[in-house]
Design a protein around this ligand. Structure first.
Ligand code: GLU
Length: 428
């Protein structure tokens, strides 16, 4: 099984979508199932309706799932496994209050040392634990040895017991933390490979350690994807609009182009422009570079244009309207964004009354065009219209352009003509 496990806490970030795409591609390659799991353990940060948004977005990108889970529905398993860890002496109850812990963190900070839990509650006797009436969290005991794993992208990684620390697995309100819920669910759902952002690298040994303590010996393979940097070389924050998938879609990037871009990012691929189905043929996670990838919107623009040019007529007509596929392709010379192209096409097809200082000429041209038989060839159209109206030069071309396109600048009319001639009487 492969899985994508987003938290419903905000707009989907391109980093998340990249993880979803790569897990999906690898699942298809391996002919394994793909799970969508909404990780809603952080109640305070969960946003209403985000799970629906996530499903809709993934669907737009052609990502389908074989099973869907809401993590909080697994609460009984999380609680049972936490009890087991307590019974087996692999975890302990910790009664330290927030303020006590805060004071110790401050102390460590003053001494310039990294804070680690100091083991206070691990040393309590069973009786002390039984008699204590304070609220408590459950923490893991540290592993007695270093934990290693091989990352498909980063290679061998090793973590000392102190890096693992006595991390919390159950909160005082008896809900699991992310690391615990994720470790248990990956085990229960028989996940064999996890591809996710490198911000999770330090969580991996913790999750492996939880499963080891539960007696699970199946090894999960990991690939941690390098972060995405913005154009200034800084980590792309969730707040940057370019990093939101919804923002990119709303700006006029096609899902096909965004998906292509995200698979290409920091990768060595046999071709530059491809579909997800094509990527399933050759994708190899080992070709992803260890170094951070830089987000390059100009390159995404280029890919968007290429995907418009390659899209089927049906696909283009669903976006730009019936019979407008070729016109949309033609307008990629003016813009790479669907919205902008759509704006230009809409202008062509919308009612035009304002011709500035060419009002009189435009009306003359319109009347003549409505009367004439429309030739296939622009040269013929132009000469016939010129001779009928006696207009020439700017006084011919400017009003004609305004009549045909609704704006005073744009592509060569002689080229555009081919794509609009059949509709010409309707658009003027
Ligand atoms: N819910 C985590 C996130 O959205 C998932 C990390 C993982 O894939 O394990 O970052």
């Amino acid at each position: 099984m492969y899985r994508f496990a987003p938290s419903p806490t905000g707009d989907m970030h391109i980093g998340n979508l990249r993880a979803a795409l790569l897990n999906f591609i690898c699942a298809k390659q391996a002919k394994k199932g793909f799970i969508l799991r909404i990780e809603d353990t952080d109640k305070e940060r969960n946003l209403e309706g985000k799970d629906k948004d996530i499903k809709e977005l993934l669907t737009k990108f052609g990502i389908t799932w074989d099973a869907f889970y809401i993590q909080s529905h697994n609460l009984k398993f999380h609680r049972n496994f936490a009890s087991k860890l307590l019974q087996d002496g692999k975890a302990f109850c910790c009664f330290c209050s927030e303020s006590e812990l805060e004071a110790k963190k401050e102390e460590a900070k003053k001494l310039g040392k990294a804070y680690r839990y100091d083991g206070t509650c691990e040393r309590l006797s069973d009786l002390e634990v039984l008699e204590c009436q304070k609220p408590f969290v459950i923490r893991m005991k540290k592993p007695p040895h270093a934990l290693n794993f091989t990352d498909e992208i980063k290679g061998e990684l090793s973590f000392e017991p102190d890096d693992i620390d006595n991390f919390v697995i159950m909160r005082a309100d008896k809900t699991p933390t992310y690391n615990f819920a994720c470790a248990v669910d990956d085990m229960l759902m028989d996940v064999e490979c996890v591809i996710r952002g490198e911000d999770h690298v330090s969580n991996t040994p913790k999750q492996d350690w939880i499963r080891e303590c539960l007696g699970y010996d199946k090894k999960i393979t990991y690939a941690h994807l390098p972060i995405i940097l913005n154009e200034d070389g800084k980590k792309m924050s969730k707040r940057e609009s370019d990093s939101s998938v919804k923002f990119l879609l709303d700006s006029g990037y096609l899902p096909e182009a965004i998906a292509n871009y995200l698979v290409l990012l920091g990768n060595k691929t046999p071709v530059e422009i491809f579909t997800i189905d094509e990527a399933i043929e050759w994708f190899d996670i080992k070709n992803i570079s260890k170094s951070p990838a830089k987000f390059d919107i100009k390159f995404l623009n280029y890919l968007n244009r290429e995907h418009i040019l390659r899209a089927s007529d049906d696909r283009l007509e669903s976006i730009f309207g019936k019979g407008r596929a070729n016109l949309a392709k033609f307008y990629t010379q003016e813009s790479s964004l669907v919205n902008e192209i759509l704006g230009k096409i809409d202008k062509i097809y919308s009612k035009k009354d304002n011709f500035d200082k060419w009002q009189k000429e435009a009306v003359i041209l319109r009347n003549e065009i409505l009367k004439m038989e429309i030739p296939d060839d622009f040269a013929k159209f132009k000469s016939e219209l010129m001779s009928k109206t006696s207009l020439k030069g700017k006084a011919f071309f400017m009003p004609l352009r305004l009549l045909l396109t609704g704006v005073d600048h744009g592509p060569e009319l002689s080229e555009l003509y081919l794509f609009i001639k059949d509709d010409i009487k309707e658009i003027i």
